[in-house]
Design a protein around this ligand. Structure first.
Ligand SMILES: Nc1ncnc2c1ncn2[C@@H]1O[C@H](COP(=O)(O)OP(=O)(O)OP(=O)(O)O)[C@@H](O)[C@H]1O
Length: 247
């Protein structure tokens, strides 16, 4: 039997004693391409961060998801990234090689070539010396994808990768996602656009703090499940500490 890339056993996560995620079980199989969908505040980003090992669990366990694991590539939500940091495009992309070069490893000629290739793959050749603060949102997202390309991770996790990104950039970045999938990597993406999920993502975890459905996208994104997610989210916002109050 093939090993699951990441297996979740009854995972719950709380902030300040209030649950953000409750009772999620299932597997991201090796080579799968999965969307995580659900209303605002459903716990999607929290779940990704827990798989990355950035958050500890209140209960349950995650197999295959450990902190500082070079197997993982992670694209945080744009709002979580400080673009005022004085980095060039080239610096930012080369951070993807961190795990391979080490903190003081320096950039070899081969690594620099890979960096240029990655920038070319996302259509940004020539912008190496630009400060990241001067890029458009779409250009910056391309830079982050180039960094992920260099990182060469086995499991790639994307938190709202196409939010506020123009159609042409989204198309190009979706092509990279499909390329990763074709190469057998495991890709997990938090997404809000159901049409996009239906068109490109074979598997979906639909959640509203609790899991609603984790399976084929067709089975997950039914009108009934979407209504359940909406209703559950509305009840959560009305009573954030109700049954979710952690022990
Ligand atoms: N650092 C934090 N401290 C306290 N509460 C938090 C923290 N981060 C998230 N939360 C809360 O946890 C719940 C789940 O948040 P999360 O960001 O995981 O949801 P989401 O599904 O990714 O939402 P969105 O679609 O709006 O990005 C929300 O009620 C949120 O306010």
């Amino acid at each position: 039997m093939r090993q699951a890339a990441v297996r979740l056993h009854d995972v719950s996560i709380a902030y300040d004693r209030a649950f953000a995620v409750q009772g999620v079980s299932g597997s991201f199989e090796p080579g799968s391409l999965t969307a995580i969908a659900g209303p605002n505040g459903a716990g999607k980003s929290t779940l990704l961060k827990a798989v990355m090992g950035e958050l500890s669990l209140s209960s349950g366990s995650i197999e295959g998801g450990t902190s500082k694991d070079a197997r993982f590539g992670y694209l945080p939500q744009a709002a979580e990234i400080d673009r005022h940091f004085p980095l060039t495009v080239a610096d930012t992309v080369m951070l993807g090689m961190w795990g391979q070069t080490g903190a003081f490893g320096g950039v070899s000629r081969e690594a620099a070539r890979k960096g240029r290739d990655a920038l070319q793959s996302v259509g940004l050749e020539g912008l190496e010396r630009r400060h990241i603060g001067t890029l458009s949102a779409g250009q910056f997202q391309r830079v982050l994808f180039a960094r992920l390309l260099l990182q060469d991770a086995e499991i790639i996790m994307l938190d709202e990768p196409f939010t506020a990104i123009d159609a042409a950039t989204t198309r190009d970045l979706l092509d990279i996602v499909k390329h990763w999938h074709g190469a057998g990597r495991t890709v997990i993406a938090v997404l809000h656009d159901f049409d996009q999920i239906r068109a490109h993502f074979p598997q979906t975890l639909l959640m509203a703090r609790r899991p609603i459905c984790w399976g084929s996208t067709e089975a997950a994104l039914t009108p009934e499940n979407l209504l359940r997610a909406k209703t559950m989210a509305e009840s959560l916002h009305g009573h954030p500490l109700d049954e979710g109050f952690a022990a």
